[in-house]
Design a protein around this ligand. Structure first.
Ligand SMILES: Nc1ncnc2c1ncn2[C@@H]1O[C@H](COP(=O)(O)OP(=O)(O)OP(=O)(O)O)[C@@H](O)[C@H]1O
Ligand SMILES: CC(C)(CO)[C@@H](O)C(=O)[O-]
Length: 322
């Protein structure tokens, strides 16, 4: 067999597997995590206008999401960190964008259900990857709007998408998706953002509890007005801490961790909505703060190690190499 014949045979072989197993199309996208420090709930019948105002930090850790479509995919399935999940928010994104069955797989480098905006990051990643795989011809603004609507209707978040789609330390001035929402940013220096995830809080259950929602709105309003008088990273942390105490959402362990962080030169508060403490410190105080947080290592969720460490990210969601 000469070289040309052998090449033709190979082509025939590849064609055969392509035809018989079906062609699958895959795309992957990444979206950052986000910690809300304080917020106010803005109800609206129109999910495009519903959302939150408030302030939070976009992280350099997030969620990678792969979408696969093709002959081998017969029904829509969603996986998170290797396990099949209901994934309501991601599923809503898929259902709004297509009837084609897809396999969505997300891998989170942030804890889930702990106030790091994992559901929002997954929804954004799914929207970007789905658009690429199925050539849906949507723009970034439109994909972001879909992710926002999916979060809001499933009550897995209100303002995470607005922050995650912009990057930085985001002040959400007007609620809603990109169509109606308005943001600004705190001009913040580079800083490590430490976290201790102590436990999960279901965002859905807090948002549907009227008494808690009332406390959130009262405390969120004060925090925003105080932040805008002095929009610095340090003042954000102070306002977040007052907000967390005034809403009564803080667990006693979280309180202890926050006090220890403050005693060691840091500024700390609770990540909304999770039983999670996040903390920052001036550069020279970062190590003492880290050591103080490590003391609480045993009570932290172990999945990601004891003290989580991220940076503030100004990056926005993006498609990864095909
Ligand atoms: N990337 C993802 N893909 C699919 N399902 C996800 C993803 N991230 C979170 N979920 C699901 O969302 C639920 C947790 O949502 P919840 O809104 O309470 O937490 P979160 O989004 O991680 O953090 P936050 O408190 O900041 O909203 C869980 O049921 C989890 O399985
Ligand atoms: C509701 C929320 C605290 C959940 O993470 C967040 O989406 C926000 O700040 O709107």
């Amino acid at each position: 067999m000469n070289f040309e014949n052998s090449l033709n045979n190979k082509k025939a072989f590849y064609m055969y597997t392509y035809e018989s197993e079906g062609a699958d199309f895959i795309a992957k996208a990444y979206a950052p995590g986000h910690i809300t420090g304080f917020f106010q709930i803005h109800e609206h019948n129109d999910p495009h206008r519903k959302g939150s105002t408030g302030c939070g930090i976009v992280l350099n850790g997030g969620v990678t999401t792969e979408v696969k479509a093709g002959k081998s995919v017969e029904k829509t399935e969603i996986f998170l960190n290797g396990k099949k999940v209901e994934g309501r928010t991601t599923r809503t994104v898929v259902e709004m964008l297509t009837d084609v069955p897809v396999k969505v797989k997300s891998w989170a480098e942030i804890p889930v259900g702990c106030g790091f905006g994992a559901s929002g990051a997954g929804a954004l990643g799914a929207a970007y990857a789905l658009n690429r795989v199925l050539s849906l011809n949507q723009t970034v603004k439109s994909l972001t709007e879909y992710a926002h609507v999916a979060e809001v209707v499933n009550r897995s978040g209100l303002g995470d998408i607005a922050a995650q789609s912009n990057g930085g330390v985001v002040i959400r001035l007007h609620p809603g998706g990109p169509e109606f929402g308005r943001i600004d940013r705190i001009p913040a220096p580079e800083a490590r953002v430490f976290g201790i995830a102590l436990g999960e809080i279901s965002t859905d259950s807090i948002l549907t509890d009227e008494v808690t929602a009332g406390k959130i709105n009262a405390a969120g309003k004060v925090a925003m007005s105080e932040l805008l008088k002095k929009p610095t990273l340090e003042n954000f942390m102070h306002q977040a801490k007052d907000f967390a105490s005034n809403t009564g959402l803080m667990s006693s362990t979280a309180k202890d961790v926050i006090e220890a962080a403050h005693a060691n030169g840091g500024l700390a508060s609770q990540a909304m909505l999770g039983d999670t403490v996040f903390a920052i410190a001036p550069y020279a105080q970062e190590f003492p703060l880290f050591e103080a947080l490590q003391e609480f290592g045993q009570v932290a969720l172990q999945e990601f190690g004891q003290v989580l460490e991220y940076g503030i990210s100004t990056c926005v969601p993006r498609l990864l190499y095909d």
